[in-house]
Design a protein around this ligand. Structure first.
Ligand SMILES: [Zn+2]
Length: 191
């Protein structure tokens, strides 16, 4: 089985912008690319899971989401790294586009995207980690039974005194450089 680092996208990998879908508004958070390389070097799949309610709200299309992910792939290729797979939820219960306006099983903190990744990539969640900038990412990790849930300060304002996260770091790279290696050591299961 494989182990994975599940990454939230906006506010964790790239700078948070409301309803981002344009390539020219996509900017990596400092160090995020290097962090992705570290996760791969340590033997983890790197999987993006992102809520994209902008599709349900009619701000952009599913095709726009896919195009942006291709753009991210092209950018990462320049640095000789990659995201293994992307999963996105286009739904929202109060959307304006009928086909996406529903209560689904994939919108975080529900676990549909994680379960799909487990099925597609044979992931062992007991060896896996989730990193995000919102408490819903942490809840997703807990709901799915992921071993470690890590909150980062690089996106939304967070309440560090009231989080269920296992740890909080400034950003993805500081987790990768400091916390990640420590986490592997704590677990005694860095296999
Ligand atoms: Zn969904």
């Amino acid at each position: 089985m494989n182990k994975a680092v599940f990454l939230d996208r906006d506010g964790t990998v790239n700078i948070e912008k409301n309803y981002l879908f344009k390539e020219d508004e996509f900017v990596f958070i400092n160090g995020a690319v290097e962090a992705i390389k570290i996760f791969h070097d340590m033997g983890y799949k790197v999987i993006v899971i992102t809520n994209q309610a902008g599709v349900a709200r009619g701000y952009y299309s599913e095709n726009d989401v896919i195009k942006l992910h291709h753009y991210i792939d092209d950018e990462l290729k320049k640095y000789h790294t990659y995201i293994d797979t992307y999963y996105y939820c286009p739904h929202h219960p109060e959307g304006t586009i009928a086909e996406y306006s529903l209560t689904c099983q994939c919108r975080k903190p529900k676990t549909g995207m994680i379960e799909q990744a487990v099925a597609d990539l044979n992931i062992n969640l007991k060896e896996s980690i989730i990193v995000g900038d919102k408490e819903i990412d942490i809840q997703t990790g807990k709901n799915a039974g992921i071993k470690y849930s890590i909150l980062v300060r690089s996106g939304h304002l967070i309440n560090e005194s009231d989080t269920e996260a296992d740890a909080v770091y400034d950003d993805l790279l500081s987790f990768a450089q400091v916390g990640f290696r420590d986490t592997i050591l704590w677990s005694g299961e860095g296999k």
